[in-house]
Write a protein that binds this ligand. Structure first.
Ligand SMILES: [Ca+2]
Ligand SMILES: [Ca+2]
Length: 149
C-alpha cells in the first residue's frame, strides 16, 4: 500500500517534467528576427523600406505551404502570403516592407510606408485558418533589430 502510493506521485512528477518542454516547442513557422529600424534616415525610399524586414523560419522537417498565412504588426497592417509560396524544411524567408520581385527566399510587402515602429511594436504570424502561430515584440530604440529565437 505504501509502495503504490509512493509510485503514483513519482509518475505524476515525471509527466509534469516531460510536459514542460513539449509546450515550449517551437511553432512550425517561427519569427526569427525583426529588423525594424532600417539603416540611415527613414525617408521612405524603396531601398530604405526594404531595409526593414522580418525573418520567419520553418522549424519542421517538411515543407510548409504558406498560402493564406500572414504576418501582421500591432496596428493591424497585414501581409498575406500568395498561393505557391512554400518554405522548405529548416529554411528561412525574408519579408521586406517595400516593393520588389518576390521569390522563394524573399518576398516583398509592396508598401510605400514603414510597418515596424522604430521604438516598439509586435509581429504576429497566423496560419491559413487565422490561428496565431507565433509572435514577437520589442521595446527598444537602442537596437535596430530584435532576435525572436
Ligand atoms: Ca533608420
Ligand atoms: Ca507598426
Amino acid at each position: 500500500m505504501n509502495r503504490s502510493n509512493a509510485v503514483l506521485p513519482a509518475c505524476a512528477l515525471t509527466l509534469g517534467v516531460i510536459a514542460t518542454p513539449a509546450q515550449a516547442a517551437a511553432p512550425a513557422i517561427q519569427l526569427a528576427k525583426i529588423f525594424y529600424d532600417s539603416p540611415g534616415t527613414d525617408r521612405r525610399g524603396n531601398a530604405s523600406l526594404n531595409g526593414e524586414y522580418v525573418v520567419v523560419k520553418n522549424t519542421t522537417r517538411a515543407a510548409i505551404d504558406l498560402e493564406g498565412w500572414s504576418v501582421a504588426d500591432k496596428t493591424g497592417y497585414r501581409y498575406t502570403f500568395e498561393p505557391g509560396q512554400r518554405l522548405g524544411p529548416g529554411r528561412t524567408l525574408i519579408l521586406r516592407t517595400g516593393q520588389g520581385d518576390s521569390g522563394t527566399s524573399t518576398v516583398y510587402w509592396g508598401r510605400r510606408a514603414y510597418v515596424w515602429n522604430n521604438d516598439k511594436d509586435a509581429a504576429y504570424v497566423r496560419n491559413g485558418s487565422g490561428r496565431l502561430v507565433d509572435s514577437c515584440s520589442y521595446n527598444s530604440t537602442y537596437r535596430d533589430w530584435v532576435s525572436c529565437l
